[in-house]
Design a protein around this ligand. Structure first.
Ligand code: 13P
Ligand code: SF4
Length: 367
């Protein structure tokens, strides 16, 4: 079933949850968690709202949540507080007896939507004609299960922002060129850190089916799919220049989904987990401007009152699709399970799941 079919099949949030008091919803979630015990597992991505994350059995970045899903044997129900591609990954990595539920099926990811399998099949054919069998596909986990399956069945792997460098190094032991999708920025930032010059990176435009590249294509080592995160692209060079002028003592730390120019000017760049750890280990009184998703930045601000922390972009909003998972949807999903009804289940078909697992396993065995 594709996402559109799932959306048509889903019923929407019943009225009663829209008017229920927060305290009552919280109490009901607590009771259902107690009722199911180990049979229920709620993973929560760091970008989720506090009203949801307070009920997560584990919190983590994409890599940690994929590892935890793969390890979990005991839960019959995995109610995933994150976005669609994360729930798909959990379904691929868990057993057939385990059902993965996404409390609101509208919780997608605009970056993952920037690469569809038909575009990839079309683009791959042109790339093979241009470069022959010299390319290994690597996909950021922020991608659909079909894209992961394509990578798995072509010898490639998935990566997350925590292990992109390690995986890119490995990829170059397999083939002389890499296709990195769907996030051009993570691909470019990682390849650059490995010493690959920008002149050896071409951008693949999947709408026009063309390379965006000035030089001789034979020199290309990394092909970057033209996709991006609409949240992280909102951190700009102007934000950094303004901060350097007004508050020069601030350390600037950003996620590698930000543009090359922003990463270049920042003091540090790294995955969600790297950002959390860096601030945790920073001395009391230190000053930080963070360039990542706002729910997480607010949580970091609230847990480190001894440090001065701001968002790199003062007008930043949370990731809207992550925010679709809220307390009413979580309670609705849980109460439905208690009534014996699995709503909003994420189920990847067997063939796609098999091939996507090849790509995920190649990553997890090296993580
Ligand atoms: P990580 O959890 O890998 O840092 O990814 C960030 C992100 O944008 C998730 O959607
Ligand atoms: Fe997708 Fe960006 Fe939101 Fe992550 S933060 S879910 S990459 S849109």
């Amino acid at each position: 079933m594709n996402v559109l079919e799932m959306l048509e099949n889903q019923s929407s949030l019943p009225e009663r949850y829209k008017t229920m008091a927060i305290a009552e919803m919280e109490q009901r979630v607590k009771e259902i968690k107690e009722y199911f015990g180990e049979k229920l597992y709620i993973p929560g991505h760091h970008y989720q709202k506090d009203e949801v994350i307070q009920f997560a059995d584990s919190t983590g970045d994409s890599l940690q949540l994929a590892q935890l899903a793969a390890e979990n044997q005991s839960a019959d129900y995995i109610v995933f507080c994150g976005v669609h591609f994360m729930a798909e990954t959990a379904d691929i990595l868990t057993g057939d007896h385990q059902a993965v539920v996404l409390p609101d099926l509208r919780a997608g990811c605009s970056m993952a939507d920037m690469a569809d399998i038909h575009q990839l099949n079309r683009g791959w054919k042109i790339m093979q004609e241009q470069f022959g069998d010299t390319i290994l596909p690597l996909t950021y986990v922020n991608s659909t299960a079909s894209i992961k399956a394509f990578c798995g069945s072509h010898g490639g792997a998935t990566v997350t922002s925590s292990n992109a460098e390690k995986m890119l190094k490995w990829a170059f032991t397999q083939k002389e060129r890499i296709l990195f999708l769907p996030d051009q920025h993570l691909g470019r930032n990682t390849a650059y850190d490995l010493g690959i010059p920008l002149e050896k990176m071409a951008v693949w435009n999947p709408i026009e089916n063309t390379f965006e590249y000035e030089g001789n294509l034979e020199d290309v080592q990394v092909i970057l799919w033209k996709g991006h995160c609409s949240v992280h692209e909102k951190f700009t060079v102007q934000n950094i220049e303004h901060l350097r002028k007004t508050n020069p003592e601030m350390n600037i730390i950003v996620h590698p989904e930000c543009t090359r120019e922003v990463v270049e000017l920042a003091d540090m760049a790294g995955s969600t987990n790297y950002i959390i750890q860096t601030i945790e280990n920073a001395p009391s009184g230190s000053k930080w401007a963070i360039g990542t998703e706002m729910n997480l930045v607010n949580r970091i601000i609230n847990t480190h009152k001894d440090k001065e922390i701001v968002s790199l972009n003062p007008h930043m909003c949370p990731c809207l699709t992550m925010n679709r998972i809220d307390l009413p949807h979580l309670l609705w999903a849980l109460e439905s399970l208690k009534d014996g009804k699995v709503i909003n289940q994420i189920k990847v078909d067997d063939t796609t799941s098999h091939d996507a697992k090849l790509a995920l396993d190649r990553m997890l065995s090296r993580a």
